[in-house]
Design a protein around this ligand. Structure first.
Ligand code: SF4
Ligand SMILES: [Zn+2]
Length: 109
């Protein structure tokens, strides 16, 4: 049986990796630190993932019918995904592979 906690942890790692790639190229803080805004986005998104009502039956947030994010956070995360998505396959091939698999799941209603 699948473990929903490991699925959510992996999703949080993927989010963190994408936000780091974005912040690194847009805000350029030293030593891989996240800027305050990106740290806020990560905290928000991680909280939503941890509290996701769909757990292991979920597809990716992008394809979700619930959309628990506020409109401004949803737009911010979209911007981050647009920037970091294409770079993920090279930087984090395993996370990227599972993210693609997750996105192929049909959204549950
Ligand atoms: S957008 Fe949907 S899949 Fe993503 S955390 Fe919210 S409820 Fe869960
Ligand atoms: Zn940043």
């Amino acid at each position: 049986m699948k473990n929903p906690d490991s699925r959510l942890k992996r999703e949080q790692k993927t989010l963190e990796a994408m936000i780091k790639i974005y912040c690194e190229s847009k805000h350029r803080l030293p030593n891989g630190q996240l800027c305050e805004d990106c740290g806020r986005v990560l905290g928000y998104a991680a909280g939503k993932t941890a509290a996701c009502p769909l757990k292991d039956t979920k597809t990716t947030c992008k394809r979700c019918h619930v959309h628990c994010y506020s409109p401004d956070m949803r737009e911010k995360v979209r911007e981050i995904m647009r920037h970091s998505g294409p770079k993920m396959a090279l930087r984090h091939p395993v996370l990227s592979f599972f993210h693609v698999l997750d996105s192929l799941k049909s959204p549950k209603r």
